[in-house]
Each structure stands twice: as C-alpha cells, then as structure tokens.
Design a protein around this ligand. Structure first.
Ligand SMILES: [Cu+2]
Length: 283
C-alpha cells in the first residue's frame, strides 16, 4: 500500500505525463489540473520550463519486453524518469509481429483504467506514422542545433519512424548558404536518391521549410552539402523493413566487391569449361 503523500506525489507527476505517440497517437492529453490529479492546483509544483518536451523511443516485444533499442529489450523495461509538467513524446516500435500498447498503470491492476495515459495499439496493420516537425539551426563553424544556443558540430540526433513525413524548418545562424541532406553512402556529398533539401540561408535570412518521407531504415549521417564535415549529425529511421538503397547511393566499396566477385566467377567458368574440354580430349 502506498502512503497517501507518496500517492499524491506520484499522481501529480504522472497526471501530466502526456504521451503523444508518433505513429500511433496517444489518448487525449491530460492537463495538470487539480481535477485530474486530485491535488489542489496551488499545491502542484510549477511546470518545468526550457527542457520539455521529452522524447523516448521504445521498442516492444511480447516475449522479451521493452527497450530503448531492439538490442536492449528486457522484461523489466528501461527506467523512464521525467519531471512533473514534462510533455512526453513516445515513439513506439514493435520488435515482433504482435500488436501492443503503452500505458501507465497507476493502480497496478494490469489494465487501462480511467485517467491512465494510454497509447493506441501500435505494431498493427494500418498504423500511419504521425508527421514530425523539426526546426534546425545551421552554422558553418558551429554545426546544427534545435536552437541557436545548442549549435554543435555533431548536431542533435533525430529519431523518426519509418514512413514518417518529416518536415524540417531550416534556419541559418551565419551568413553562408546551407542545406540538409541524408548522406546514405557517407561520401560527404549529395548523391542521387539521397533526401536533400533546397539551400537555405541563401540569401542570408532565407528560411526553408522542406519535407521528405523517411523510407530507409537505419542510422544515417545527415549533413550540409556546403559544409559536410562541420555540419553533421545522425538520423535514425526505425521500425520499417530494411529498405534497399537506391542504386546510385550504393557505397563504392560494395561496387568494388561486386565487380571483383563477377570477375572471379567469370574466370571460374572459363577454367571449368576448359578443364571439361581437356578431359574430353584425353579420353
Ligand atoms: Cu552549411
């Protein structure tokens, strides 16, 4: 039995744990009001400012449990700690073929009860990922950031569900032109088939809003084609089938290996035919 004080505190914290599911959408947001938590409004701590919202990606498996990644799924899933007032965005990814949902079981009765934040089922046919918007600031020397204050040469990690329509609002922080592209083959330049935005900050101050569909499952570098080494980061596209890379974006090494393999096989065929003929002649 939880003490009353502890219970109130827990309720205050979780009553505002708002799940918004990329891909599945959560139940309507519950605001941190006295009504939803049973606590007088004046007794609630003020919502935190500056850091919220908080994003988590959870991978779920009926047998193995939950994990922040497929590789770390465990029956007792990862601890999730958030502040009162935080908006929590969950990206829920199925690691098996079963439908799942995510909810906070305040009363620990193993089912969704009234007032408990609960996601829709995910990993079911027909789930359409919710569109995702990111605002990225770019600077040739300082890199990428979600804000002017957080610019960094290794920009913020972006995680989206496979199939998501991603909209980027691209803003320059210096006077140079930039763009944003996914460097699937990691060759530091834009190749055919790589998602690439138009140039932004060209002329300085020009903001570009640009969308693409995240269709290649995996972890990829993103870059600016003008400053490909000082403006880079990682985008993770999760949950979809492993998509074939566009032919033009195949890594060079793959082409070299394929070429070498064909060469070796060709020689093998020639020598085999010759050996068979030679064997026939000696009979
Ligand atoms: Cu740039």
């Amino acid at each position: 039995m939880i003490g009353n004080g502890a219970r109130v505190a827990v309720l205050a914290v979780v009553a505002v744990l708002l799940g918004t599911l990329v891909g599945v959408g959560l139940a309507p947001a519950i605001s941190p009001t006295a009504a939803s938590s049973g606590v007088a409004a004046a007794d609630l701590p003020p919502p935190r400012t500056g850091i919220s919202p908080v994003n988590f990606t959870l991978h779920g498996d009926a047998v193995r449990g939950w994990g922040f990644s497929n590789a770390t799924i465990n029956k007792s899933g990862p601890n999730i700690t958030v502040y009162y007032g935080d908006t929590i965005n969950l990206t829920l990814v199925g690691a098996d073929s079963a439908p799942h949902s995510w909810f906070i079981d305040y009363n620990n009765d193993l089912t969704v009860s009234v007032g408990e934040p609960a996601s829709r089922d995910f990993n079911v046919p027909g789930n359409v990922p919710r569109p995702v918007n990111f605002t990225l600031y770019g600077d040739a020397a300082l890199g990428w950031g979600f804000s002017n204050a957080t610019l960094h040469p290794s920009g913020p990690p972006l995680v989206v569900l496979w199939g998501t329509n991603v909209t980027l609002t691209l803003i320059g922080h210096d006077s140079a032109p930039h763009n944003w592209f996914i460097d699937y083959n990691n060759d530091l330049s834009m190749s055919p088939g790589e998602n690439a935005s138009p140039d932004f900050n060209s002329p300085p101050g020009t903001i570009v809003v640009w969308s693409f569909i995240a269709q290649q499952t995996g972890n990829w570098p993103y870059r600016c084609h003008v400053h490909p080494t000082s403006m880079t980061g990682i985008i993770s596209i999760v949950g979809g089938p492993p998509a074939a890379l566009p032919r033009a974006a195949l890594p060079l090494i793959t082409e070299i290996m394929a070429g070498a393999l064909i060469l070796v096989l060709g020689f093998a065929v020639i020598y085999h035919v010759r050996a068979v003929r030679a064997a026939k002649r000696t009979r």
